[in-house]
Design a protein around this ligand. Sequence first.
Ligand code: GLC
Ligand code: CA
Length: 522
Amino acid sequence: MKQWLKDAVFYEIYPQSFYDTNGDGIGDLKGIIEKLDYIKELGCNALWINPCFDSPFKDAGYDVRDYKLIAPRYGTNADAKALFEAAHAKGIHVLLDLVPGHTSEEHAWFKESSKPEKNEYSDRYIWTDSCFSAGDGMPFIGGETDRNGTYILNFFKCQPALNYGYGKCREKWQMPTDAPGPRATVEAVKDVMRFWLDMGCDGFRVDMASSLVKNDTHHKKYTCAIWRDIAAMLDKEYPEAALLSEWNQPRQSLKNGFDMDFMLEWQGNGYSWLMRNYDGAIDSDPHNIGKAYFCADSGTGIDKFLDDWLPSYKATRKDGLYCLITCNHDTIRPSAGLTPDELKIAYAMLFTLPGAPFVYYGDEIGMRYLPLPTKEGGYFRTGSRTPMQWDNSANKGFSTAAADKLYLPVDDAADAPTVAAQQADPDSLWHTVQGVLNFRHSHRDLDSDAPFHVRFAPKAKGSYRPFAWERGKLICAVNPAREEAELPLKLEDGTRVLHVIGKAEVKGDELVLGAQSFAILG
Ligand code: GLC
Ligand code: CA
């Protein structure tokens, strides 16, 4: 476990929408540099920046055209270097977003690979051997290139799959993972990683990390082997660099080289249960609002979350961190279904469970999900990608551009939350987030890898919904319901309430926890 991850709290930045310093309507790297003090003050000491590389932006930058060039709209490579340096000077680590599964169809490798003449990049992507062949179950494109073959896609049409080979080869155009083409792809990815690590970044969030090898049916055996190989390179050459996967399978990711994996929102899973639990997450109109555990009136217990999260946590707690997020750029913001009071205690729980927590920019003020037309392949996700709301000046302080020149419209509702307003209000969500994160940083028992045990989690009966957990000598407890609750925690003499949101009181050996309250005892 890398030492810096013990106390790491991440802030995810969608660079398009964070802060625009040159008035062109889109966020930039200089804007991130200017806001580092803000991020630090909030209580975050690490960043994950969504892809900021040269791209035609058909998938918001997840379609990389040049892995080694900062997209001009965000600045220059020199700005990236300046960002790493400024961040480090403030004790902030920076993860970039590595997209190893595919590139843009405009990447120079793909252009070379599309040529009929055999060349260095012919096997960099997965090609069939005829312009009429289907993709053996994978999505494919034909008829677009002079090369007589179809190519396999990894995500959207603009994202051809890089060739890491096949776990099980069924067609003669499929290569085993140890063939020269697939091996060269792995080395090319290592080369990209070295490029940014040498410049000063601290690691990578890895996009679709499980997607590398195709037909990799046996527990992703071959994809896992690639990640072990890459992690071994990092251990040797960059021992402090961190690897974080978009995988949502910690038993695979954390046991095969990743330091961290995410628990992601999938309809009906344990994470969804906490703050969303609605259907329709893919049509920009979430239904069933009010069903989440943290909704005051949902009547649900914590069990569905624990049933999913706990076995994975227990199976991997020695291997790495299974991380909880407030949201991300692919997910509907939690404020769509939770009130600010509900968000306060939901975040407090996420920030005091094991793992390194992730705050998605703007969630600290409860920024809203805005149903908007799609932008850069965002579709329903676009509504979670709007400009950060700094203050009540023009464009909510995001940019000095004319409103119609902005990357996306700002939330112009009269009561749209802003950083400035919430910093001025001691009861705001912003201050609640800051309070819990500060508490976390000053207690080693809340380190990302410090012990965790369930203390009290009765199956939901009627409205009885509180949940309590131990972190070393500390006990944390949450009560999302509208009724006060008595938790029979068998507290030791002298146990005190150290931090509270709402109301909490120790009575004898019990904790009396107010409605919609959270407390840390010790
Ligand atoms: C990941 C990203 C998402 C992107 C996709 C394809 O899921 O988080 O935003 O569209 O991969 O790269
Ligand atoms: Ca700009």
